[in-house]
Design a protein around this ligand. Structure first.
Ligand code: SAM
Length: 410
């Protein structure tokens, strides 16, 4: 058997009995895909890992808490033999052979009648990689090939044209805080498929350099707005390009709906009858403090965090932020767009009861090569920000969480 290549096939297991022998790490790794396939899974094992046990508790599998016994495979379509007892595995293999049940064996691929491929998924396709012959089995190599194919399809370095026509329209893509690795897989794929990308100044600008030359990249800040507001001009540009049947990506920093005007764009597109897909992004509100070693919550320190915009000062009548109430909260305060107004903000928080000693950190250009963190207190932050020449974009964190990490000053 080992001389012949394995024959690849996709099993449709929904509602069909699959028997899993052994509830250890192998079962834990394989069970989620069997559950996803809708199989009727019976686990036979005296013990199980906590994750496998949780699947039984959740009703995803049926667990018979005992060792393998002759007859267990009788009504199975497929079996995973993964106990730590070789004799039991051999007996189960022999039973599988008699009942013509395809059996995977974790301890002896040569004696298995089926092999599990290294699998990955991309856009409705399962990529499954199998070694051709038993003597060439190298699971790391098959996994590496799987990763290369799936990653390539996801990030667009491997292009597989499909007959399905691309949906024209606009994707509002949250690009994450700046590090090009922190965009979502979906965002990156849509970017790779785009004809036009309208990008903000913030976000993963390095990704734009990777786009093929035919992709038109437009800097949102440079769209001329004449008699329109800048945002209207951006909306119009999105609509115009989409109407030409192009796949348009509106690449935004962080998450599109966190101080990102994402919904204004989505509304304008809806009014124009244009399909709009929203792809969430990693917001700087949490990720930038995190990248600088600051957790926005920490057990015993902060049970809440509040995100506010500091783009207008507390005494400005346009401000919608209730600063006096914020001063009374005990949790973490995360301020975006607040570098210029930090003096007034700190003064207001202190005036309404926040301790002047409350730790503050300013994290500039978080997650990028230029990231820097400047620490202060509410009493000193205005002065420190000027002295240290902190510039936007920066996330300002106010609260005891600033002092808990290894970079903290406490
Ligand atoms: C218009 S808001 C957009 C926020 C974005 N939608 C998000 O979810 O992160 C811009 C502000 O986000 C913060 N910001 C975004 N990216 C940042 C980064 N990499 N480092 C520091 N602050 C950042 C700054 O406060 C900046 O002024």
């Amino acid at each position: 058997m080992a001389e012949h290549p394995a024959y690849p096939v996709g099993l449709r297991l929904a509602g069909r009995r699959v028997v899993v022998l052994g509830g250890g790490q192998v079962a834990q790794r394989r069970l989620p895909a069997l559950v996803a396939a809708g199989a009727d899974i019976r686990l036979v094992s005296p013990e199980a890992t906590p994750s496998v046990e949780a699947m039984a508790d959740a009703g995803e599998i049926t667990w018979e808490q005992r060792p393998y016994a002759e007859g267990d495979l009788a009504d199975a379509w497929y079996a995973l033999i993964a106990t730590s007892d070789t004799a039991a595995n051999d007996a189960a293999s022999a039973e599988g052979e008699r009942h013509r049940v395809w059996c995977v064996r974790s301890d002896d691929a040569d004696r298995a009648t089926a092999w599990t491929p290294a699998t990955g998924h991309s856009e409705g396709v399962t990529v499954a990689v199998l070694t051709t012959e038993a003597r060439h089995r190298d699971p790391r190599h098959t996994a590496a090939i799987r990763d290369a194919v799936v990653e390539g399809l996801r990030d667009g370095t491997l292009v597989a044209p499909h007959r399905r026509t691309r949906t024209p329209g606009v994707a509002l893509v949250g690009g994450g805080p700046g590090d090009p690795d922190l965009i979502t897989v979906r965002g990156r794929r849509l970017l790779a498929e785009a004809d036009v990308v309208i990008a903000d100044r913030l976000g993963p600008r390095d990704l734009l350099a990777e786009l093929p030359p035919h992709v038109e990249v437009i800097d949102a800040a440079k769209i001329p707005y004449g008699r329109f507001m800048a945002q209207e001009a951006i909306n119009n540009a999105l609509i115009e390009h989409a109407r030409q049947g192009k796949a348009v990506v509106r690449l935004k920093g962080g998450d599109p709906f966190v101080f990102g005007r994402g919904m204004e764009e989505a509304q304008a597109l809806a009014e124009a009858g244009i399909t709009c897909t929203v792809v969430p992004g990693i917001s700087s509100t949490i990720s930038v403090p995190g990248a600088a070693g600051i957790p926005v919550t920490h057990r015993g320190v902060a049970h809440e965090f509040t995100v506010v915009s500091g783009h207008v000062a507390p005494d400005d009548e346009r401000s919608l932020v209730d600063w006096p109430s914020l001063a009374k909260l005990t949790g973490t305060l995360v301020i975006l767009m607040g570098v210029d107004k930090i003096g007034k903000i700190a003064g207001t928080l202190i005036a309404h009861g926040k301790s002047p000693d409350t730790p503050v950190a300013l994290v500039q250009e978080g997650t990028t090569a230029a990231q820097r963190r400047v620490d202060a207190t509410l009493a000193t932050v205005a002065e420190v920000a000027v002295a240290e020449e902190v510039r936007p974009p920066a996330v300002i964190v106010v609260g005891e969480v600033v002092a808990v990490g290894p970079h903290g000053t406490a």
